[in-house]
Design a protein around this ligand. Structure first.
Ligand SMILES: [Zn+2]
Length: 340
């Protein structure tokens, strides 16, 4: 396995999480889920709300959500199991007419079935249909109550956990390759020495930068002494040395907490800077690991400023604001001489 080569299969994300940005995906639509969402246009018959039932001619008695406590199939599951399958599509109007719903129950009258039966009987005693009003169906995933394919698509992801900081990665003023690298770092999918050792690809997991600790993503990009020195000197040039990571910092926590400390106008610049420095630190680690070529922190800082100059010159101008606000007068940001 060559480090730096991106292998999405190796990343092995949970399937749905690869797509939604907030859930840690790449923001690409999941066409399979999207096709389900589009086909739901014809399937949204579980959409009625309690106050939407009119004459009961359309809403289904057993399976639609027309009572205050939801569909009967969910509020009284034992009773529903005792209902003959051919009767489960009966409309509310038919079911209430002469209490025909009671004749739908053909299963064994267990204690649970009887309890739910009595409770449902009591609920229906006070219920009145509105004979001159049609049933109105409401799509519960939008405020307007109208079906949309996008709301149906999002509903497939309800309940999934989000990835910390995922949405800020893609808003950063950095080229896609840097954002993608950082996205992998947040997922813990960089081929660090620690991970390579776990996969049996190398015997040792010592950090290539400091040779003191295990090379994990958090160590390499946040708490490594080498990385912290780069950050301390870089941030000092902008008057923000207090923002540098500590020896127990983790990447996502430090990045997001520090980002909140920065004034709002410079937040995007700082967030972007974190991605850039992490990218350059990673390249330095790769040079040491695979080419036996090492730079000092001063030389790494020189690379950082060269890259900053290049990116700002290419149009990523918000990066300059962070350094200029800290009292640095030149533009573009600090020259190599600052760190010598
Ligand atoms: Zn280290």
């Amino acid at each position: 396995m060559v480090t730096g080569v991106v292998d999405l299969d190796a990343a092995a994300m949970p399937h749905a999480q690869r797509f939604d940005v907030d859930l840690g995906g790449l923001g690409l639509p999941d066409l399979r889920v999207l096709s389900f969402a589009l086909r739901l246009r014809w399937e949204w018959l579980r959409r009625s709300q309690p106050d939407a039932v009119g004459d009961g001619a359309s809403a289904r008695f057993w399976t639609d959500s027309w009572l205050p406590n939801g569909p009967i199939c969910r509020s009284a599951p034992n009773l529903f199991r005792a209902v003959a399958c051919r009767r489960r599509n009966r409309t509310v109007k038919d079911a209430l007419d002469g209490r025909q719903w009671t004749r739908d129950i053909t299963g064994a009258p267990t204690a649970a079935v009887l309890c739910e039966y009595i409770h449902l009987w009591d609920t229906l005693e006070t219920f009145q249909l509105s004979p001159h009003t049609s049933d109105r169906f409401i799509w519960k995933w939008t405020a307007s109550g109208t079906y949309t394919a996008s709301s149906a698509y999002r509903a497939f992801f309800i309940g999934m956990t989000s990835l910390l900081g995922a949405k800020f990665v893609w808003r950063a003023a950095m080229p896609p390759k840097v954002k993608f690298f950082f996205w992998l770092a947040l997922h813990g999918r960089l081929w660090t020495a620690d991970r390579r050792k776990r996969h049996g690809l190398q015997p040792e997991a010592t950090c290539a930068l400091c040779d003191q600790d295990g090379e994990t993503t958090d160590h390499l990009l946040a708490s490594c002494p080498f990385t912290r020195e780069v950050w301390a000197r870089l941030l000092a040039s902008a008057g923000h040395q207090h923002l540098a990571p500590g020896n127990d910092s983790t990447l996502a926590d430090w990045w997001l907490l520090t980002r909140d400390e920065v004034p709002g106008t410079f937040r995007r610049a700082f967030g972007s800077l974190v991605l850039l420095v992490a990218w350059i630190i990673w390249k330095e680690r790769n040079n040491r690991t695979f080419s036996n070529v090492a730079m000092t922190t001063t030389q790494v800082l020189a690379v950082v400023t060269e890259e900053l100059d290049a990116y700002i010159g290419a149009g990523y101008r918000c990066l300059a604001s962070f350094f200029m606000a800290g009292g640095y007068s030149a533009h573009p940001p600090p020259s190599v001489a600052t760190f010598v």
